[in-house]
Design a binder for this molecule. Sequence first.
Ligand code: GAL
Length: 683
Amino acid sequence: MNKLAASPGFLHGGDYNPDQWLDHPEILKQDLKFMQQAHINTVTVGVFAWALEEPTEGVYNFGWLDRVFAEMAKIHGHVILATPSGARPHWLSQKYPEVNRVDENGRRHTHGFRHNHCYSSPVYREKVRQINTKLAERYGQNPTLLMWHVSNEYSGECYCNLCQANWRRWLQRKYSSLDALNRAWCLSVWSGLYSDWSQVLPPSPLGETKVHGMDLDWKRFVTAMTIDFYQQESQPLRELTPNIPITTNFMADGPANQQYTPMVGLDYSKFAKAVDVVSWDSYPEWHNNYETVAETAMKTAYIHDQFWSLKQQPFLVMESTPSFVNWAQYNKAKQPGMHILSSLQQLAHGSDSTLYFQIRQAQGNSEKFHGAVIGHDGTTDNRVFQEVATYGAQLEKLAEIKGATKDVHVAIIFDWESQWAFDRGGGFGRPTRLGIQTLQKHYAIFWGQDIACDIVTPDADLSRYKLVVAPMLYLQRPATMQALQAYVAQGGTLVSSYFSGMVDEDDRVLLGGLPTPLRELFGIKRRELDTLLPGEHYHVRYGSKIYPTHDYDEVIEAETANVLATYTDNFYQATPALTQHHYQQGTAYYIAARMDRDFLTAFYAKIIAKLRLANSFVIAPSYEVSCQTRFQNGYQYHFLMNFSETPKTVKLQRSTLDLLTGTPVEKKVSLAKYGVMVLREKA
Ligand code: GAL
């Protein structure tokens, strides 16, 4: 068992930068006292500390870090030690300018900012190996070391000559011959055929941006290079400290853009295989002016569930904010109660930690107005600190839940490659592709009824699920279609939709309409697709009701499928909009148009009833009160969370024990605005 798995209780703490306060020894002393008061047991140190750790090449300075380890040992805390490659020191960029990235316009960047080094540079890789080796030698056996935090939020790409050479090598390994590459990327279009490997460049606004197969491969290559860099960076840690788990913090997209989805730039399903534990940085925009708190909670829940699903194991929230961020358009404070509610939501969905950015607020520079546990007032006498401390004390009462698992019967399929291809392809509606947002619309139906979901890739073991939801699965390999067929043949229930099975793994259109395996599976033929304008809606009759369509209406023909709903207008009036097909032991549903929540609620209600998916603890779940359950040692732990602006009463099937107060709880409970309870019962 690795050290993290063996350590009891949840991790509470986060990024700590004593390196910014070295000339204030009194502050460091104070921090430790405050950490104890806030029930903080873990600090992540050294994330961007290379310039301090190695002030000039080959000269090391670890005294300050030794003191952090020693101080944390005094309070029986843990250190998550970062490797510092996320921000390099000036001397390194100055002496070896090739470590700086070249952008897609061919410009070599100068030193500055962070997360922007070349992944190919042999010098950078060597310098990283050296510093990481020093860190592993010095702290690897220190009992306070809990885990490695490798680099920080890997992202981005480099177009330098070294990366270009690696790109060509990667393509040569994949395709073996130029002919195969020319065919895969359909290069007879616009005279793109290569006659020599040296002609192959990365996609760039200065040259080629229209070859979709190239874009898709470039994204695969960037993921492969990033993982390769991470592996090499981790190698000395693995060799010198085999029992210390390694992670790197993953990210989400768009919190400042009125959406919130897992990051799509890197294929995390591949990256997750290389880390010992998945961790991510969670920054939802609570209390925004474009959606309800419950809606923000739903999107955040989706991301937690996706990070759980990557390994089907507890993950860590590596960063979150105790109050506000500094990079949004409007950086709102969390309202009273939201810190505890949003933090317990992390645990509810499978996190074994609540870690913050950061413990002490910086005095200067770019993040000085980012929220922190210890603010500029330097006291514990403020609301943010008090809420963190209350939460810390609660976490100690919940310690037995750490490591608990989940019991999930619904899977939603998300594939990074499909998403890349779908976003890139021309045609249809540019602003209305909404790939992940559409998945979140389906997810919302289940989340709103307290039915747990996994978010998995097409190669996952689908046989574990009673229901698989795979709308808009645009790119499909033969293996994906076979897996979907096999899942339904063996008794599974599958829901898919328009935009599924459109292109192959090279982003070439699958000819002949809906590919044969999907045609057999859904019992339909695909005819055509109409893209709707903003505000343009046609309608679908389903049961006794009429529902509007949005963005896309696909025209299909039922061959062997039953028609459950039809369009009521436009040139496809009376044609099928929803079909059901019994395929061997199972059932496959096909939704032809983009439908809203009302339709999806009515549609899934029947499936939920038939498959007996309903939550067995909460009576009549409401959208704004969420219940998520974890399981361990013969107990179930229900997290009841009120994401509404008013108090709520919740009726339960059974009486339980309130773990936070230690008192028995009847079958009816009241939750304050943003209130939360953790209830235990025998499984
Ligand atoms: C994260 C980053 C941290 C800090 C934080 C602020 O993306 O890893 O270092 O910048 O954002 O929200």
